[in-house]
Design a protein around this ligand. Structure first.
Ligand code: SF4
Length: 497
């Protein structure tokens, strides 16, 4: 968690103190503009990864083209000549988030390999919890790893599979991996999409107009990527489902049976773009309901509700509407914090909050302020924001958080600090309030969060969501961790994780 990469709509160095999504994927099948649409989709998913981007396209006859680079999608695919160099009616793209400033180009996805059946490109979002265990076994069998991404585990498992079709080889590979993933793969004959059996990470299907009798399709991490390319939302890929899109259209395979879903609840709170719809529910509406629930649970006498922009905005709107307090933009965000400042030096870290946020004294001075934010990870940003609001003349500062306390690390594809660095893992709420300098602090309760999602509360026997970072209830076995299967030093250095 040392990188200072951010949600683009948050866009500043102090987001170091946020959990980070680790990757977005887009696949397009059946369009003459496949690479351009993929680039647009990746642009809409920029919040899921800002360190690198890549696209592989496929022409009829099994000819593949690739372009990858460090930086934002616009940095890599803003040039028409680059898109022109990616011909074909199918393409696959990936945004990568990495935990260090240096992202080895060999790790930038999609990964591509030649097999006996032809070329195959693979990209995924998520994390395999038995990747290192599998890697060791594969290396012992003679597999030579070129990168340190989990995606390469898929590639080698597909390569050594004894099944004949690509789809059967993929199923064979998926049966051996454990973890949370959304995977998209492209070969000469089809675009494939898969979600892990518990559906922790998101993947949606969209349909483009035209594309011949059996249609043109888009697979993407979120619906905002469908909107930007004008694709109609069809449905979510279901947990454990594999979709095969080819000249015959789309078909669905469910080789893992049906298990209760454990979709990442943090997607609703923070990760997904607010204009996306997740599992049939608009993220924006859900965040407002979470804010309303937060107000019912922990209302406090105050004069004004102020969001920590931008991710705290919908929850603050919900809080204000429910409490009857005025909603004001008491913190103004600078949208133009360039990457020039995104350097992990102590001096820049110290400046972080001021580079990105400034207090709007006109609506804060002399007021009792309710500050609404989505999470507290280390607490460093919250402390600076509280300090800034007080310096602008607030008479009281009450912090309200639209997630339960983050007490555990995520091993399912979200970059969080190790547990010892999580403020809520070491301190109770009262101590946390003192550390961040707030007059009071409250988090939404776990049951309150589930109520905002339309459930009566959390059903411990069948929560329906992954909430392990709030509960420690890890639904997918942490195989590598339990077996102490750390990567070798060289892999560790290259991966930076
Ligand atoms: Fe999402 Fe938290 Fe589960 Fe990770 S541990 S997948 S962030 S809910």
């Amino acid at each position: 968690m040392d990188a200072l990469t951010t949600h683009p709509w948050d866009g500043g160095p102090d987001d170091d103190d946020k959990p980070h999504e680790e990757c977005g994927v887009v696949g397009v099948w059946g369009s003459a503009d496949a690479a351009a649409l993929t680039a647009l989709g990746l642009h809409a998913l920029q919040h899921r990864g800002q360190e690198a981007a890549g696209i592989v396209s496929a022409e009829a006859g099994g000819i593949f083209h690739a372009h990858k680079g460090r930086g934002l999608v616009g940095d890599n695919f803003g040039d028409a000549a680059v898109i022109a160099g990616l011909p074909g009616r199918a393409a696959l793209g990936h945004n990568r988030y990495a935990t260090t400033g240096e992202t080895a180009l060999r790790n930038v996805q999609p990964l591509y390999a030649d097999f006996e059946f032809g070329g195959l490109a693979v990209a995924h979002n998520g994390n395999l919890t038995n990747a290192h265990t599998l890697k060791r076994a594969l290396v012992r069998r003679g597999c030579l790893f070129q990168s340190t991404t989990d995606s390469e585990v898929f590639v080698h498992l597909i390569a050594i599979s004894l099944y004949s079709t690509v789809t059967d080889r993929l199923i064979d590979a998926l049966k051996q991996v454990q973890g949370a993933y959304s995977l998209v793969a492209l070969h000469d004959g089809a675009l494939l999409g898969a979600r892990d059996p518990l559906g922790v990470r998101p993947l949606v299907i969209g349909r483009l107009a035209g594309g011949g009798p059996n249609g043109a399709y888009v697979l993407a991490s979120e619906t905002c990527a469908l909107d930007i390319v004008g694709a109609e939302f069809v449905r979510d890929v279901e947990p454990g489902e594999i979709v095969v899109i080819d000249e015959a259209g789309l078909r669905s395979l469910k080789p893992f049976g049906v298990k209760p879903s454990r979709f990442c609840i943090f997607e609703y709170i923070y990760f997904a773009r607010p204009d996306s719809t997740v599992e049939g529910t608009p993220v924006y509406d859900t965040r407002k309901r979470i804010g309303a629930e937060l107000s019912r649970e922990s209302n406090v006498p105050a004069d004004v509700v102020v969001p920590v922009p931008d991710s705290g905005v919908p929850a603050a709107m919900g809080y204000a509407a429910e409490s009857g307090l005025p909603y004001e933009l008491g913190i103004i965000r600078n949208h133009y914090v360039g990457r020039t400042f995104i350097e992990p030096t102590d001096q820049i870290r110290h400046l972080g909050v001021k580079l990105k946020h400034s207090a709007n004294r006109a609506v804060i001075e002399g007021k009792r302020v309710v500050l609404v934010d989505d999470s507290i990870v280390r607490g460093t940003t919250s402390r600076k924001i509280v300090e800034m609001v007080r310096a602008a003349g607030a008479s009281e500062v009450h912090m309200r958080i639209s997630s339960p306390p983050t007490t555990h690390s995520c091993f399912y594809g979200i970059d969080t600090p190790e547990r010892s660095k999580l403020l809520a893992a070491k301190h109770d709420v009262e101590e946390m309030a003192r550390i961040i300098g707030a007059d009071s602090l409250a988090f939404i309760s776990l049951d309150g969060l589930y109520r905002a999602l339309g459930r009566p509360g959390r059903d411990a026997a069948n929560p329906g969501y992954c909430d392990a970072c709030f509960t420690g209830d890890y639904a997918i076995p942490l195989v590598d961790l339990q077996q102490n299967a750390a990567p070798s030093l060289s892999l560790l250095q290259a991966n930076g994780q």
